[in-house]
Design a protein around this ligand. Structure first.
Ligand SMILES: C[S@@+](CC[C@H](N)C(=O)[O-])C[C@H]1O[C@@H](n2cnc3c(N)ncnc32)[C@H](O)[C@@H]1O
Length: 271
């Protein structure tokens, strides 16, 4: 959390789109630059449901946190790939149910770091911390003093990796990243994960998306169900398993189809 201003300024590149800022734009936020809006609009031009997909992913995260805080008794959360602060971040949802909840946020986008103060607005009974780190080096996340100062590793922790792992390429072994983090958590902990997929899309839409995405960094790697299932190896998936984010314990009423939501979501119990 202690980056000096000149270092931060040099890390924020307004000329290249960033995933956190693009997602913020789709969610209707203001923390994005022209390059982000252009990239976001290029994707929306070939996949008009992208805003629905972003909103549905966010709503999945919020339902999962509500379930963990209200029904599973979880009071500690480690949210990796936090995104820019927006309405109902993890601590807002958890602390509304249990004000003593403690949350550690992790992201590698310098603009998220600039806005981290909003993520640190904890209830007086609970605590929040922010770690500026890359998920591809989980050992650094696990070694950061802010993590152990904020979370008690003898009590269950919910690890959230929501709409993050599709930014980690196959050769960077995202499965090992998840394994390493899960292995550090005590029994009774949970994994909350969502992941973009092209499974429900037709070949024409996939080709158009691939054409747009090939110019974008970090590389976007949507995965099929078989690969998403690998993230949960050895864990106990809660009902209803790995489903379209919109179909994970939904509220009553109409909801988007899997082809509109284009993301899998699931929650699993660890050990
Ligand atoms: C699509 S947003 C998801 C935000 C939030 N988890 C949600 O679902 O509402 C993805 C976030 O992951 C972050 N991210 C991408 N690659 C990352 C990496 N290698 N390490 C840490 N954060 C990363 C981006 O900066 C961005 O904030």
């Amino acid at each position: 959390m202690n980056a000096d201003r000149s270092d931060l300024a040099s890390r924020i590149d307004m000329t290249k789109p960033h995933p956190a800022r693009r997602y913020d734009y789709w969610l209707g936020g203001k923390d994005n630059f022209q390059a982000d809006r252009d990239a976001a609009e290029a994707i929306a031009a070939v996949f008009p449901h992208i805003r629905t997909a972003a909103r549905e992913n966010r709503a999945f995260m919020q339902r999962a946190v509500r379930f963990l805080a209200a029904e599973a008794g979880i009071r500690q959360f480690l949210d990796i790939g936090t995104g820019l602060p927006t309405a109902d971040n993890v601590h807002d949802v958890a602390q509304r149910i249990a004000p003593e909840s403690r949350i550690v946020y992790v992201d590698n986008d310098p603009l998220v770091l600039v806005h981290a103060r909003a993520l640190l607005a904890s209830s007086p009974e609970g605590a929040t911390a922010y770690i500026d780190a890359d998920a591809r080096t989980p050992e650094k996340v696990l070694a950061d003093p802010a993590l152990r100062e904020t979370l008690d590793f003898t009590k269950p922790i919910a690890l959230l990796m929501v709409a993050l792992l599709h930014f980690i390429e196959e050769h960077e072994d995202p499965y090992a990243v998840v394994r390493q983090l899960v292995a550090a958590l005590p029994p009774g902990s949970y994994l909350v994960l969502s992941h973009a997929t092209f499974d429900p899309l037709d070949a024409e839409t996939i080709a158009a998306m691939d054409a747009v995405n090939k110019n974008i960094k970090p590389v976007f790697s949507p995965r099929p169900l078989a690969d998403v299932t690998r993230f949960f190896e050895g864990l106990d998936l809660l009902e209803p398993g790995i489903v379209s984010v919109s179909d994970w314990r939904p509220q009553a009423g109409p909801r988007p189809t899997p082809a509109e939501a284009t993301g899998y979501g699931a929650v699993a119990r660890i050990g």
